[in-house]
Design a protein around this ligand. Structure first.
Ligand code: KG4
Ligand code: ZN
Length: 353
């Protein structure tokens, strides 16, 4: 089944053609037009600018996805689109485009939840992956653990009460003067920091854990604020201006301490969930699933609990159309279809256990 899938929930305009059958999970094309350089000027995503940039890019991105896959509309079996959650203006661009395309070509339209799509990115490299599984989705907008009883049936076991992990990575990176989004640069700095910690050359800064006591939820705002305060204090003590560059060694120390607290907190709650639930499979997905320290720490937790871990390759962790196509296949087989009345919703509709 060939699905043309569109993703425009945040700052990437993406389209892909995937070929999905019970034993075939193939990406024929996967085009992502990133707006990162535009939003970098403002240190974060500006919703109105993002919506306009989607409008400018979407036709070209969809055409490119078809061209690279070598398919015309008549070769397709369905059109899929992310309709929730995300920035409303951004979602509406993808939803409107997908509706017109599906309607004009007489193809079924499949609405897809962005969070489920992140987890579905794991199906491509792991055709053996099947529900039930537990999914840990860590992105710029979410940090949640789900119980997935069927490919389209997600229930949230625990989630963040305030900031998402990716948001906190980016904010700490920004305050240290790292380019937006700071997640990948924080990953590299933390790698330097772990080597220094092992050699006993630095010590961790004491920071609060995002893992809440007596709850399966997270809170990243305390951790984020503690890092921001540490950096402000460092500048004040050393007579530096509010935005003055801080030395590389100090960036390394903040990055490793933040990463250690963030990854440690996520893994503490995850371990508790894996220990208390009968689950044999775990999916780690979302933009922050590209973090090397999170990948290795989650691998250790899964191994110690005898759970098989499924992670998408790095290039499918961030927002893309192929993940939307993969989830769309399972929605389609479960009978999900949308008409021209399909709307976009900023907040998701996944139930909480
Ligand atoms: O899933 P995603 O592409 O967009 C959302 O749905 O939010 O996630 C983007 C987030 C950003 O916060 C970015 O900094 C973070 O993923 N990210 C990382 C890494 N690569 C991307 N965070 C930590 N380490 C990384 N290597
Ligand atoms: Zn995402």
């Amino acid at each position: 089944m060939r699905i043309l899938a569109i993703e425009s929930s945040c700052d990437e305009t993406a389209a892909a053609v995937v070929d999905m059958e019970p034993h075939r999970r193939k990406i024929l094309s996967n085009i992502v037009a990133s707006q990162v350089s535009t939003h970098a000027l403002y240190g974060g995503v500006v919703p109105e600018i993002a919506s306009r940039a989607h409008i400018e890019a979407i036709s070209m991105v969809v055409r490119q996805a078809q061209k690279e896959a070598g398919v015309s509309l008549s070769d397709l079996d369905a059109v899929a689109v992310t309709h929730t959650p995300g920035l409303i203006g951004c979602l509406l661009v993808g939803v409107s485009y997908a509706k017109s395309l599906a309607f004009s070509a007489g193809l079924p339209l499949i609405p897809v939840d962005h969070i489920k799509a992140h987890a579905a990115a794991a199906y491509f490299d792991h055709p053996d992956l099947e529900a039930p599984f537990t999914a840990l989705v860590v992105s710029g907008g979410h940090t949640s653990i789900y119980s997935v009883s069927a490919p389209s049936d997600f229930k949230e076991i625990g989630g963040t009460r305030d900031d998402a992990a990716g948001e906190a990575f980016d904010k700490v990176g920004r305050i240290m003067g790292l380019p937006y989004p700071g997640g990948a640069a924080m990953d590299a700095l933390a790698a330097e920091g772990y080597a220094l910690l092992e050699a006993g050359e630095i010590e961790n800064i004491t920071l609060p854990s995002p893992s809440l006591r007596d709850s399966l939820d997270f809170s990243f705002s305390g951790l984020k604020t503690a890092c921001v305060n540490y950096i402000h204090n460092y500048r004040q003590i050393n007579g530096l201006d509010a935005k003055a560059p801080i030395p590389h060694g100090e960036k390394v120390r903040v990055a490793v301490s933040f990463t250690d607290a963030a990854v440690g907190g996520i893994c503490k709650t995850l371990d508790h969930i894996l220990a208390s639930r009968d689950t044999k499979r775990l999916v780690l997905a979302g933009g922050v699933a590209a973090n090397s320290h999170l990948r290795s720490a989650v691998s250790n937790v899964a191994e110690s609990r005898g759970v098989s871990l499924y992670m998408p390759p790095l290039k499918l962790c961030g927002d893309n159309g192929a993940m939307v196509g993969a989830q769309a296949y399972f929605e389609y087989t479960a009978g999900v279809r949308a008409g021209t009345s399909l709307n976009a919703f900023a907040s998701g509709e996944i139930a909480v256990i």
